[in-house]
Design a protein around this ligand. Structure first.
Ligand code: LLP
Length: 429
């Protein structure tokens, strides 16, 4: 558990606020974020990079709530975006377009235009076709576009196949063997200004070795380009550092940075990183309430009011999220569930599931918890790719979002209403 979420007396707190109070105030399901946790993560990056020219571009897709983007913007962050919508969020949150890098394999003409208009820092170009399109669009606007090529280094990130991006069978980036030729082509395009090289090999990496392997391959290309007189100002090594959900042991941020700096072997280019999950994952929880207990022949189900539309990771990746009771039965329990022999609710093993009409709608399997109808649960490590991947499946309005700062509670996104969901729909004559 992140330091900013812990039990005080029997109550699970975020910073100095009891989660039960937030549930009483805002209802459930509700995402709750700790500002201190967000700040602490960001500072670990900037401290580790002190003395080195760098820019930490938070990967907006991990959690794009404006309050979160604003916290990072105020700490000096840049942003890694993958759509025009994310650019608009960054600007609405007070972010600086001059610190924005734009990744993604499918940038539309409209998105390229919007980003050129805003004067973003760099386009991470992912194909020859995108290079041509960008050249055309920038030319038509009388603008010069700063670019780096996202190189696919063909290294195994050793993570879930759906979130592995740096293998040559993946759709991402320019093939390693074609990168130098494409840089040459870009170099000959007067409307494009080559500023860097980019790579991102995947997400939820729990070892440093794949990162190092990628850096080493990238440096070979950097040197080849330098020999041809194409000098780069920055190296963007992407995001991907993992967090602990269950028993993973990812490197600490400082160790990860030290490993990267070591692999860079004294290169002085500005270092850009695109961390997402590691900055927000353990800074947020999803609060949910038990609606029903349904004992079954083979399994007991606890049906909660959060579902796969709120948190898709278990359904999509079979991802594990810890589930803790918001109110613990006994004072000193190290375990979330009550011990035998107390007069508390005795713990049982539950399938924690949502109300959606799919068997894939589960939050956790076989969890031992002492719960009853109306018990509150906290789904831990839900700050990254939780709300940002939520949907309205089953016409479920999306959850409210709250940010805690010390003893202050801020509603940073109102719970959606069904009225909002159907507002754009029409019945035909
Ligand atoms: N940069 C690029 C170009 C990316 O595609 C990503 C994530 C990041 C940075 C940030 O990676 P991070 O530091 O968060 O690992 N929905 C999945 C994760 C998808 C990651 C997509 N790309 C999940 O819930 O595990």
């Amino acid at each position: 558990m992140d330091d900013h979420f812990n039990y005080q007396n029997k109550q699970l707190h975020v910073e100095r606020v009891a989660l039960a109070d937030i549930a009483a105030l805002q209802g459930t399901p509700c995402y709750v974020y700790s500002r201190a946790a967000l700040t602490s993560g960001f500072r670990q990056f900037s401290d580790a990079l002190q003395g080195r020219d760098h820019l930490i571009c938070y990967a907006v897709k991990a959690n794009s709530n404006l309050a979160i983007l604003n916290v990072f913007a105020r700490l000096g962050a840049g942003f890694d975006i993958v759509s025009g919508g994310e650019l608009q969020r960054v600007l609405a949150a007070g972010g600086d377009a001059r610190k924005v890098v734009f990744s993604g394999v499918g940038k539309t003409v409209a998105e390229l235009r919007m980003a050129l208009e805003a004067d973003i820092l760099c386009f991470n170009v992912e194909s020859a076709a995108e290079l041509d399109r960008l050249n055309e669009v920038a030319g038509s606007m009388g603008k010069v576009a700063a670019i780096s090529l996202r190189v696919n280094p063909d290294v195994d990130a050793k993570t879930h196949p759906y979130i592995s991006t740096g293998l040559k069978q993946n759709k991402f980036g320019v093939a390693y063997t074609e990168a130098v030729a494409l840089y040459r082509k870009a170099h000959a395009m007067p409307i494009l200004r080559i500023t860097g090289m980019d790579c991102h090999i995947g997400s939820q990496l729990t070892e440093t070795s794949p990162f190092i392997a990628a850096v080493e391959k990238v440096l070979v290309l950097v040197d080849a380009l330098a020999a041809e007189g194409i000098a780069l100002e920055h190296l963007d090594l992407g995001g991907g550092l993992g967090i602990c959900y269950q028993d993973e042991t990812p490197p600490a941020i400082a160790d990860y940075i030290a490993a990267l700096l070591g692999a860079l072997q004294g290169r002085t280019q500005k270092l850009i990183l695109e961390p997402g999950r590691v900055l927000v994952g353990n800074a947020g929880v999803l609060l949910t309430r038990v609606e029903y207990i349904k004992p079954g022949e083979e399994k007991n189900f606890a049906i909660v009011d959060a579902a796969m539309n709120d948190l898709m990771r278990p359904a999509l990746y079979d991802a594990y999220h810890d589930i803790l009771p918001v109110v613990r039965e006994t004072e000193n329990d190290t375990l979330p569930q009550a011990r035998e022999g107390t007069n508390a609710k005795s713990p049982s093993v539950f399938e924690i599931v949502g109300p959606i009409c799919e068997t894939g709608d589960f939050i956790g399997h076989a969890r031992e918890l002492a719960i009853a109808p109306s018990s509150l649960l906290a789904v831990m490590s839900a700050g990254a790719y939780g709300m940002s991947m939520s949907s309205n499946y089953n016409t479920r309005p999306r959850a409210a979002e709250v940010m805690v700062d010390g003893d202050q509670v801020y509603l940073v996104r109102e719970r959606e209403t069904v009225q909002q969901l159907i507002a754009g729909e029409k019945i035909i004559a």
